[in-house]
Design a protein around this ligand. Structure first.
Ligand code: ADP
Ligand code: ADP
Length: 229
């Protein structure tokens, strides 16, 4: 069975229907890129997957958990699903390493030494081991976003969601973040990425999903998607 499945999902903000009859499945290890114009519901769709938003109709299943009202389930889903946002959302008063260890210590109840070892491992993965003791404000945007990716990975999620992770970056920093995402994809991580970076999509996507006005209007393997008709 798919690790993520949305069936007939609708989502409203007041009277405004942001998602209409969304049907979407992701298999374990699959890399999906979601694209479409601004305001088409991409962000809302992936926020529904980790329960940052609640859907109004249809069903969403994540790693066998049917997303309902049970807070226990929501906690379980949040541990399964890591998310990286456009804004890095790092704690400014904590060092890079402290940003990475706070989740493992508080949520996963790891001891400090084990959490620091884990933090350093993932800081290595995103190629900035030397930044451990700096504060976020001392890092470039690209480095901060790589810290944000490492921070999610420290929770050892089964799925990673990316919501326009390079949109707030200066152009020269985009490639280093995309490279970290490509490496993550190559490691076998299940990923759903909202991005306009078509070069990235071409390299890693198993499936492209195109949204328009709250609906999925096309799903295709990237080969078909990028071939002009
Ligand atoms: P995208 O990620 O494709 O740019 P979004 O999912 O952010 O689109 O937004 C889809 C639509 O839902 C937009 O019209 C947006 O203004 C609206 N929307 C998103 N979040 C809210 C909210 N919290 N309240 C009201 N409208 C919202
Ligand atoms: P994104 O496309 O990444 O969601 P937005 O700027 O559209 O970025 O949204 C940022 C935040 O504002 C989100 O939490 C979203 O839910 C909220 N938001 C977006 N559109 C509206 C809206 N029309 N009314 C109220 N909140 C909104």
């Amino acid at each position: 069975p798919p690790i993520i499945e949305l069936c007939h999902v609708d989502k409203y903000f007041g009277p405004f229907q942001a998602l209409t009859d969304i049907n979407f499945a992701v298999r374990q290890g699959e890399r999906v890129v979601v694209c479409g114009p601004s305001g088409s519901g991409k962000s809302t769709m992936i926020r529904c997957i980790n329960r940052l938003e609640e859907h109004d109709a249809g069903t969403i299943t994540v790693d066998g958990i049917l997303l309902g009202d049970d807070t226990k389930d929501i906690r379980a889903v949040r541990q399964d699903v890591g998310m990286v946002f456009q804004q890095f959302n790092l704690f400014p008063h904590l060092t890079v390493l402290e940003n990475l260890t706070i989740g493992p210590i508080r949520v996963r109840k790891m001891d400090k030494a084990a959490a620091e070892a884990l933090g350093r491992k993932y800081l290595d993965r995103v190629h900035i081991p030397e930044q451990a003791d700096k504060f976020p404000s001392q890092l470039s945007g690209g480095q901060q976003q790589r810290v944000a990716i490492a921070r999610s990975l420290c929770m050892e999620p089964k799925i990673m969601l990316f919501d326009e992770p390079t949109s707030a970056l200066d152009p020269e920093m985009i490639s280093e973040v995309l490279e970290a995402m490509v490496e993550l994809a190559n490691s076998g991580m299940t990923m759903v990425c909202v991005t306009h970076e078509m070069g990235f999509a071409r390299r890693v996507a198993d499936k492209m999903v195109f949204m328009e006005a709250g609906r999925i209007v096309e799903t295709a393997p990237p080969g078909e998607f990028f071939t002009a008709p």
